[in-house]
Design a protein around this ligand. Structure first.
Ligand code: AMP
Length: 303
């Protein structure tokens, strides 16, 4: 089933203990689309500037990624720069230049209006809601990502938007900030009263935890020898997760559990190289092979 994503398409400068890149294609919607299109066609809504050229668009070409909703505007694309701590568990943002993103107001092409699965990437919650308002029919599933900036600065708007959301993906700090609860299970119960019926707490190298009213499911991070750059892992997780669900076309306990595995697998590819490099080269057979290893890694029988 069709999957729409709205979010940033950006240039990033990234420094980790393993190296540095000055300007590489990034943005939440880029990672999301490159992860999700292996499972279902993806429709992108975003904005870029005149510095987004053919060579940058090339990475999306010859894949089921529709860029009809990627607006071109005068000026520069969104630019973000960050540096990671020695153990890569902490990230400091050095620069956020909104550029063309500052006046972004998502406009959905007609061909997108029937999307059945929608992912509202981390942008202003009012704009996230405006995407839903434009849809011809209520989507089957709406996912949402947000961050501390909006939880603190646009709390009321975010709460309004959350009422329209089925699946919320945030990290553990954001879960605590949104609810004022330190304990993640108590915080989850709180969030399940705000609108979403499923919460996914992303916990970096500790994996991800899914909680809804019926069941809980935990997936560890995939153990890797080479981790070069964690940027985009969360967006790739969301792309694998939502892509798998939209591809399956149904939301059941089984499909949600499998989606957690494919989300984890897509995040694990992203961190193996800088920017989108590894994600852009991965093949469906690599994804399935890693998912099978993951199934063995976590399988056990109670005697
Ligand atoms: P993640 O590592 O999954 O949190 O995502 C990192 C990506 O998010 C980078 O490629 C950035 O370009 C993008 N990004 C960083 N800050 C923002 C922001 N405030 N709004 C939208 N996208 C952002």
């Amino acid at each position: 089933m069709s999957l729409l994503v709205v979010g940033s398409v950006a240039f990033d400068a990234i420094e980790t203990p393993f190296g540095k890149v000055d300007r590489t294609l990034g943005g939440a919607a880029s990672y999301f689309a490159l992860a999700a299109h292996h499972f279902t066609p993806v429709r992108v809504v975003g904005i870029v500037g005149e510095d987004f050229e053919d060579e940058h668009e090339a990475v999306f070409r010859n894949r089921p990624i529709d860029l009809a909703g990627l607006e071109r505007a005068a000026g520069k694309s969104f630019f973000w720069s960050g540096v990671y701590s020695q153990n890569m568990n902490e990230r400091t943002t050095l620069v956020t230049d909104l550029n063309v993103f500052a006046t972004f107001s998502p406009k959905l092409p007609k061909s997108y209006l029937d999307s059945r699965f929608v992912f509202l990437g981390n942008i202003d919650p009012t704009l996230q809601r405006s995407v839903l308002k434009q849809m011809k029919q209520k989507p089957k599933i709406v996912g949402l990502d947000t961050m501390n900036y909006w939880i603190g600065g646009a709390n009321e708007e975010l709460r309004k938007t959350l009422k329209l959301v089925d699946i919320l993906t945030i990290n553990d700090d954001e879960t605590r900030q949104l609810t004022g609860e330190h304990n993640l299970l108590k915080a989850a119960k709180h969030i399940l009263r705000m609108g979403p019926s499923t919460l996914i707490i992303k916990r970096g190298e500790h994996g991800a935890l899914m909680i809804n009213k019926k069941f809980m499911f935990a997936a560890p991070a995939f153990p890797l020898e080479e981790v070069y750059d964690p940027t985009g892992a969360g967006d790739s997780f969301a792309g694998g997760f939502m892509g798998y669900l939209a591809g399956a076309g149904k939301v059941t306990e089984q499909s949600l559990r499998s989606a957690m595995i494919y989300g984890t697998v897509m995040g694990s590819f992203t961190v193996e190289k800088f920017g989108v490099e590894r994600l852009a080269s991965v093949k469906r057979r690599d994804i399935d092979a890693r998912a099978r290893v993951f199934a063995k890694l976590t399988a056990f029988k109670l005697k």
